[in-house]
Design a protein around this ligand. Sequence first.
Ligand SMILES: [Zn+2]
Length: 403
Amino acid sequence: MLRGMALAVLMMGTAGAAEAPSSDDQRFSLRRGETLVQVLLRAGLPAGEAHEIAASLRGLVDVRDLKIGQDILIERRSAAPDQPATPHRIGFRPAIDRDVVIERVAAGAWAANVVPRKLTREIARGGGTITQSLARAAEQAGLPNDILIELIRQFSFDVDFQRDVQPGDRFDVLYERDRDEEGDIVRAGRLLAAELTLSGKALLLFRFEAPNQPPEFFTGAGASVRKALLKTPIDGARLTSSFGMRNHPILGFSRMHSGVDFGAPAGTRIHAAGDGVVERAGFEASGYGNVVRIRHTPEFTTLYAHMQQFGLGIRPGTRVRQGQVIGFVGSTGMSTGPHLHYEVHQRGKPINPTALRMPTGRTLTGPELRQFEAERARLLRQWDALPPPQSVLVATRPDDTSR
Ligand SMILES: [Zn+2]
């Protein structure tokens, strides 16, 4: 364990520990197309030993999974003061929760070990007031990016993140995160509960796993937040801010324009608003550029225009799932800059997606509802036990069933 920790310290590059890196220790980064053996050769190890080291990892870690930029640390030591230092220990961290340590056990012989890192899970609360964009406010609040993405994903059934979010809106989130033994936050866990207050109206959701069901998010009253169509069919974390555009002739819905626009950098992922079958994926000379049209039901289709490129395998006849990446934001056709032009058609006619009211998914009843209520109460207790984010101190949760 001590060795693992010493390595952990070295891997993090933190100085001041008992076993500080000596000048003979070297850090190598895996380059594009490079194998572990090639890094070891680059580090000056003899070819025979490099292959022996790679062989020692068999069954412990698949070195082909190592990513570009992976740090590999090589410690050198000399057998006697008058002898040159040679590699005696090699370490790398293939995942946040484990280190791999390979040590020279005899001349030319190496043995590898996986050293688990002890991570401590904690419940955290984060939030703030949106002044420029939700993404900016989330960053200021120290919210992990994975949590922000999940937050937006779960609210995307109800919230149009381009038009519904206004300056002064607030968010308050309960989530899990893991710390390592050095006390650093190393990864996010699950989103547990969240409150989004838009123009004074609070939207609440709670994570709940009913027996033999996948986890889902529910309103305080126990209704699944899932809807047949997403209001934000794009990676909402990357939207470029444009507040107050609800009634804008271009950004908002108008009969002439027949859809709504989401401003986002070129390459931003576009998601299928709902389950369905791709009816069209091609270039349209009408000005839409690269366009995808999906049929969801005999009644509803959605259309996505100006794409830079289509998602993998997106062609007429492809069955898509809600949230699946169907393409990437671009500026093809008649467009002045990268954005997604999004339309919802009902019986062949464009309708205002912002005003669309989709029926709620399943609503919990009976024993499931009682289990959910217990879980909701537990989450609310954890939530209230943590200090509220500074900027939402003025906010009070009206009651736990409002939405
Ligand atoms: Zn448009």
